[in-house]
Design a protein around this ligand. Structure first.
Ligand SMILES: Nc1ncnc2c1ncn2[C@@H]1O[C@H](COP(=O)(O)OP(=O)(O)OP(=O)(O)O)[C@@H](O)[C@H]1O
Length: 273
């Protein structure tokens, strides 16, 4: 299916409205996120970029229901998110810390499915399918510490997709792997997204990665954060590490995102009290 063909007709899956987060813990209150409003349509793959410290992690924690915003709302399929919702899975940057060293790959992937109280046979099916999807079918009985960094991150991705989420949040998931592995994992994400039709919000520092992966790129301003630009990536659905990156349109889009980030960096965050 061409995901960009019917973008206008797809209902909203994730809605962030007027989201503000003020941290009150320190000597002075810090307004990290000021006023964020955006939507992800069902089945969309959107990348979020912004300067370091602009509030990406704060935003993701609010979306995942791990932290309450000061004001504003997050809705998943029209339901307010007030705690971690069953329809969301998160893949973090630190795969080493997100996998349990004493559990096999199979057990790691199966764990959230047990919490979801799925029957054993269905769990086994989902684990097998998702390990197959990330190319790790033969490593089900290995332990995370026996695998390379890139393979461990594949296990984390398998665990997220086995959970069959409506929305997959990815927080700089490839920041700690080498360039070649990163390219392979980028293609894996697009493959999985196309195959499962899951809605993906992918946070990255990397401008090229955002343009290569996304159907849309949201550029965040410096903290206190607002959405500074919302760029449609009108590249063909079938992407390729060589030809797509050489495409003139890719270069134009990358230049636009780069210019927006530079603009974002010139802004300054201010304490509110
Ligand atoms: N617990 C906290 N208490 C006070 N201020 C915080 C807290 N957590 C984050 N901040 C501030 O909020 C702002 C946004 O931080 P956040 O970690 O969300 O940004 P980020 O975009 O994820 O950063 P990076 O790109 O470096 O990972 C920063 O100014 C940070 O100092």
């Amino acid at each position: 299916m061409n995901h960009s063909d019917n973008q206008g007709e797809r209902p909203a899956m994730l809605k962030v409205t007027g989201l503000q987060k003020i941290y009150n813990g320190g000597a002075a209150a810090v307004e990290a996120v000021r006023d964020l409003t955006f939507e992800l349509a069902e089945g969309e793959l959107v990348c979020l970029v912004g300067p370091s410290g602009c509030g990406k992690t704060t935003l993701l924690k609010c979306i995942a229901g791990l932290m309450a915003p000061t004001s504003g709302t997050v809705e998943l399929a029209d339901q307010p998110v007030l705690a971690p919702p069953p329809g969301m899975a998160v893949v973090f940057q630190e795969y080493g810390r997100s996998l349990f060293a004493w559990m096999s790959v199979r057990e790691n992937v199966e764990l959230p499915l047990k919490e979801k109280k799925l029957p054993k046979a269905r769990r086994a099916e989902l684990v097998a399918e998702s390990l197959e999807a990330v190319g790790l079918a033969e490593f089900a009985d290995s332990y995370p510490w026996q695998l390379s960094g890139g393979m461990q991150q594949r296990v984390a991705i398998a665990r997220a997709i086995a959970y069959e989420p409506q929305v997959l949040l990815m927080d700089e998931p490839f920041a700690a792997v080498d360039a070649q592995t990163r390219a392979d994992l980028e293609d894996l994400v697009r493959q999985i997204w196309q195959r499962l039709g899951v809605t993906v919000l992918f946070v990255t520092h990397d401008i090229d990665e955002a343009v290569y992966l996304g159907e849309r790129v949201l550029v965040l301003s410096n903290s206190p954060t607002v959405v500074q630009d919302d760029i449609t990536v009108d590249l063909p659905t079938e992407r390729d590490q060589l030809t797509t990156r050489q495409d003139e349109r890719f270069t134009d889009l990358r230049a636009r995102v780069y210019a927006q980030i530079q603009r974002a960096k010139r802004g300054t965050g201010q304490p509110v009290a």
